[in-house]
Write a protein that binds this ligand. Structure first.
Ligand SMILES: *[C@@H]1O[C@H](CO)[C@@H](O)[C@H](O)[C@H]1NC(C)=O
Ligand SMILES: *[C@@H]1O[C@H](CO)[C@@H](O)[C@H](O)[C@H]1NC(C)=O
Ligand SMILES: *[C@@H]1O[C@H](CO)[C@@H](O)[C@H](O)[C@H]1NC(C)=O
Ligand SMILES: *[C@@H]1O[C@H](CO)[C@@H](O)[C@H](O)[C@H]1NC(C)=O
Ligand SMILES: *[C@@H]1O[C@H](CO)[C@@H](O)[C@H](O)[C@H]1NC(C)=O
Ligand SMILES: *[C@@H]1O[C@H](CO)[C@@H](O)[C@H](O)[C@H]1NC(C)=O
Ligand SMILES: *[C@@H]1O[C@H](CO)[C@@H](O)[C@H](O)[C@H]1NC(C)=O
Ligand SMILES: *[C@@H]1O[C@H](CO)[C@@H](O)[C@H](O)[C@H]1NC(C)=O
Ligand SMILES: *[C@@H]1O[C@H](CO)[C@@H](O)[C@H](O)[C@H]1NC(C)=O
Ligand SMILES: *[C@@H]1O[C@H](CO)[C@@H](O)[C@H](O)[C@H]1NC(C)=O
Ligand SMILES: *[C@@H]1O[C@H](CO)[C@@H](O)[C@H](O)[C@H]1NC(C)=O
Length: 776
């Protein structure tokens, strides 16, 4: 009873505080907003047209700016748009020290809404739709107009090198697939998100006749859209100037979820809806990647449709643009499986050929792809056959284009084929002598290529003194309240990863530092699996694995407590120039990682495939010993989260190609990721980096190039490295990232190569390697 009374008093206080602010529309520090309808959930602009505050998003709320004064409340800006929605207990706190903070006790999060450089003494929602923060000198220190999401409002400018990025959908305002960029060279252009800003990826552009540098995009109150530069204005959309019919209309420019840029108008006098005044491009299928991976866009009268390639099915049946995946499980090349090639006429695709056959015929093109394990599809046009690997992107039907896509599909009924043991299928080594030689070398080096998981009992390895197997390790189980105390109410954030946010904590009265990971995005119903996974992870013990100390499974909360790693992640030290370790230390790190993976793959029971090896998941202890974290968690994640495609020229990041080919996932996916990490360790740079020369941007391609040209020294720059050693280690990495999983060495072989002194054969060229294994 007392609490209810207190709440009433509190809300009355808030109410009066804000009613007072309402008169001037200036919000002072100490003000709060909450999503609840009983209190104020937004701050209005003086005319009441715009509001800043909470709006409904998914199962929770987001903070943003929306047009409150029209029936169809339209969101024009969202703070931290890619964060998950906050629950109903959230509070937007304009703190007395001048920060705008979104806090949720239930989620234990505190996020800054406006990363302003100073202390704000007032905030205002303006009638232009701009939300501004002022300091004590009445200077604007932050404004939402400088951080546009997908919408440009009248009087707002899109400055040079700024983008508008589309939302996921009308109801989900997270970053979607397309963006509009105001380029430095005066071009206004649209691209798919995650591609380089070059002409081959753009799908629309506009430039002023004189092509002025440093132009900015403006929209004015009358719906004129123009580029503004030192030489004046150039109209993109000029409505009849002086025509009074545009008066009383509200305009906005938005790049929509379908990649089309639209200028909308809304008649304020009538109960209208938004109508489209102008839009570009006209061609609905022009936005590249509209249908997702392995699908192609087909224009219809009003809109567009998406078709999957033959042998493929939608990833999400109820989501047309989700992209497609093989509807059969492919086998590794070695296990020969009958395939056939199906044609899709008159479609265009991104070309990321793995090899090209000139003066070919359709039949020869199909046959060449069938014989090549790396080849999942081919594009045939005017006698040129370009072999492709999955996924295919940017597909669309274009009646005028004679390009044919040939797709490799399974003939046999897939589900049974997978489980029936294959008896008489014999592998044959084919084609040229050189290929046979490759195979021979490989067989010698790697022994018989093994598949999948071998089930080894987990044993105490006396030769690896560091492995201690304790069958009955008891993980400590924490309550949520305990972990709140341990982390001092989730005060200090250590980092963010695929699984959630990590906080620093102390147990045993500050005697021991720990890292507490709050898991997000888990499948909610998987309670029992969570417990059993915890047991599995709790049993692992190796000096190159981050040790799990305990967990919390309390209501909806899932948290893990790990030992604290004082030197951050490998990504930190590798990609921060001041922190980069010397070559010998780096090689030590590479061996440590390989040892950790070896333990997961072969020494512990049950074996664990990590599925997400990357420098962010490798942590460094106080002695700079590398330890792998996040192992054993991939099973708990929703499907597909591990398969992210970086989107840049077919780059998979750390993700092995078989994820995209729908082959069964084996330990070799970790070997692939390790190979990419090894290249990063060699070069002290990220696998994909568009801040450097284009031909060097994708590390795996550049490393191959340097290797083939005998210019490995370029990889390490000024770093003094023994040439022989550099060559050996690079070769190991290139073996690890072979496209065909069965050709990649096991992690044990990798470790031997990293440690040993034996010669390492040249890795096969990527385009030929696969042809080694074929079938009759
Ligand atoms: C707060 O909400 C009340 C109604 O719940 C409203 O009368 C008042 O004007 C609001 N104040 C502001 C500043 O929006
Ligand atoms: C919005 O879309 C993103 C990306 O697809 C997704 O991760 C997120 O969960 C969605 N949010 C809501 C509220 O549905
Ligand atoms: C708002 O933030 C301040 C400073 O962080 C804090 O003292 C205050 O308790 C917060 N208000 C609410 C209602 O949480
Ligand atoms: C702050 O500046 C605006 C104009 O930029 C002015 O209207 C307002 O009165 C000023 N406020 C104070 C407190 O000086
Ligand atoms: C627009 O309105 C103004 C006054 O409001 C009037 O003088 C002018 O003639 C009108 N122009 C047109 C094209 O109707
Ligand atoms: C707008 O709609 C409201 C109710 O939805 C109605 O009362 C009002 O008359 C409408 N106004 C016009 C101009 O249609
Ligand atoms: C896969 O899709 C093709 C059509 O693209 C269909 O003919 C085939 O039956 C499907 N296979 C399975 C297993 O669903
Ligand atoms: C499929 O798409 C629908 C509609 O967008 C969404 O609600 C649903 O969660 C998606 N299913 C999966 C498994 O992602
Ligand atoms: C594709 O084009 C070929 C001619 O190149 C034609 O024989 C075939 O029937 C076409 N297929 C479809 C589905 O239109
Ligand atoms: C094949 O791809 C490479 C690089 O991806 C490119 O340089 C080359 O031009 C392509 N070949 C053809 C014939 O398109
Ligand atoms: C469609 O593709 C077929 C097969 O390549 C080709 O013969 C035909 O000319 C293409 N259609 C057009 C309109 O170019």
């Amino acid at each position: 009873m007392a609490t209810i009374y207190l709440l009433l008093v509190l809300s009355a206080l808030i109410f009066t505080a804000q009613a007072q602010q309402g008169q001037s529309n200036i919000v002072k520090p100490g003000s709060l907003l909450t999503p609840a309808t009983t209190t104020n959930s937004s701050w209005l602009s003086p005319s009441g047209l715009y509001a800043f505050g909470f709006y409904k998003q998914g199962y929770g709320y987001a903070v943003g700016i929306f047009i409150e004064g029209i029936p169809q409340k339209t969101v024009v800006w969202t703070a931290n748009r890619d964060d998950s929605p906050v629950p109903a207990d959230a509070i937007l706190n304009f703190t007395s020290d001048g920060q705008l903070v979104l806090q949720s006790a239930q989620q234990g999060t505190k996020t800054s809404i406006a990363n302003s450089p100073g202390v704000a003494t007032s905030a205002s929602m303006l009638d232009s739709g701009n939300f501004v923060l002022h300091n004590s000198d009445n200077n604007t220190i932050w404004q939402s107009f400088d951080q546009p999401t997908d919408t440009l409002l009248p009087s707002q400018h899109l400055l040079v090198q700024k983008v508008l990025s589309s939302s996921v959908s009308d109801s989900n305002h997270s970053t979607g697939r397309f963006l509009l960029l105001m380029q430095q060279d005066g071009y206004l252009a649209m691209y798919p998100v995650g591609t380089p800003y070059t002409i081959e990826y753009g799908y629309w552009n506009y430039v002023t006749p004189g092509q002025e540098n440093n132009a900015k995009l403006n929209l004015d109150d009358n719906g004129h859209l123009y580029l503004d530069s030192i030489n004046g204005k150039a109209g993109i959309v000029d409505l009849n100037i002086g025509d009074n019919s545009t008066k009383g209309l509200l305009y906005l420019l938005r790049i929509d979820a379908d990649g089309i840029l639209r200028l909308y108008s809304h008649n304020m006098d009538q109960n209208g809806t938004w109508s489209v005044t102008w839009s570009q491009p006209d061609d609905k299928c022009a936005p590249k990647g509209l249908c997702g991976l392995n699908a192609y866009c087909v224009e219809t009268d009003q809109s567009f449709g998406c078709n999957c390639l033959p042998g493929f099915a939608l990833i999400n049946q109820s989501e047309m643009s989700s992209g497609c995946e093989r509807n059969f499980t492919a086998e590794s090349c070695k296990a020969s499986m009958p395939y056939t090639m199906e044609a899709v006429n008159n479609t265009t695709w991104e070309d990321k050929n793995i090899s090209v056959l000139s003066s070919s015929t359709q039949e020869a093109c199909k046959a060449a792809c069938l014989q090549d394990c790396n080849c999942d599809a081919a594009q045939f046009k005017q006698g040129e056959c370009k072999k492709q690997s999955l996924p295919l992107r940017f597909g669309r039907l274009l009646e005028s284009d004679p390009n044919i896509a040939f797709i490799k599909v399974s003939i046999s009924t897939p589900t049974t084929a997978r489980n029936v043991p294959k008896k008489s299928k014999k592998e044959v080594l084919i084609i040229s002598v050189s290929l046979v030689a490759f195979a021979f070398i490989m067989l010698v080096i790697f022994g018989i290529v093994r598949y999948g998981y071998r089930v080894w009992a987990c044993k105490k390895e006396s030769n690896h003194g560091n492995i201690v197997l304790s069958e009955d390790v008891s993980l400590q189980s924490f309550t949520y309240a305990e972990l709140e105390k341990v982390t001092d109410n989730f005060k200090e954030e250590l980092g963010r990863g695929a699984f959630g946010i990590v906080y620093k904590g102390e147990i045993g009265n500050g005697k021991k530092l720990v890292a507490v990971k709050r898991l997000e995005k888990l499948l909610a119903e998987r309670e029992r699996e969570f417990q059993s996974e915890m047991k599995v992870i709790g049993r692992t013990h190796h000096k190159n694995l981050v040790h799990l100390l305990g967990y919390c499974h309390d209501g909806l909360n899932r948290l893990l407590v790990y030992e604290y790693m004082s030197n951050g992640s490998l990504a930190d030290i590798l990609f921060t120039p001041e922190k980069q370790p010397c070559w010998d230390q780096r090689m030590e790190i590479a061996r440590d990682i390989a040892k950790g993976i070896l333990y997961l793959h072969e020494e512990c029971m049950p074996h664990i495939i990590h599925c997400d090896i990357k420098p962010q998941n490798i942590l460094m202890d106080e002695n700079m010993c590398a330890k792998i974290s996040d192992f054993g968690l991939s099973k708990l994640l929703k499907p597909d989260q591990t398969k992210t495609f970086t989107g840049i020229r077919g780059t998979r990041g750390y993700v092995a190609p078989e994820w995209h080919r729908k082959m069964s996932v084996t330990v070799k996916v970790d070997v692939y990721s390790f190979g990419i990490v090894l290249l990063e360790i060699i070069c002290c740079r990220k696998g994909v980096d568009y801040n450097i020369l284009e031909e060097e941007a994708i590390l795996e391609e550049w490393a191959y190039h340097c290797f083939e040209c005998g210019e490995l020294g370029k990889l390490v720059g000024d770093d003094k490295v023994d040439k022989k050693q550099l060559e050996r280690i690079t070769k190991v990495a290139l073996w690890c990232i072979l496209y065909e999983p069965s050709l990649r060495p096991s992690i044990k072989k990798v470790l031997q190569m990293l440690e040993g002194t034996m010669d390492i054969p040249d890795p096969p060229s990527r385009s030929v390697a696969s042809s080694v294994w074929s079938k009759e």
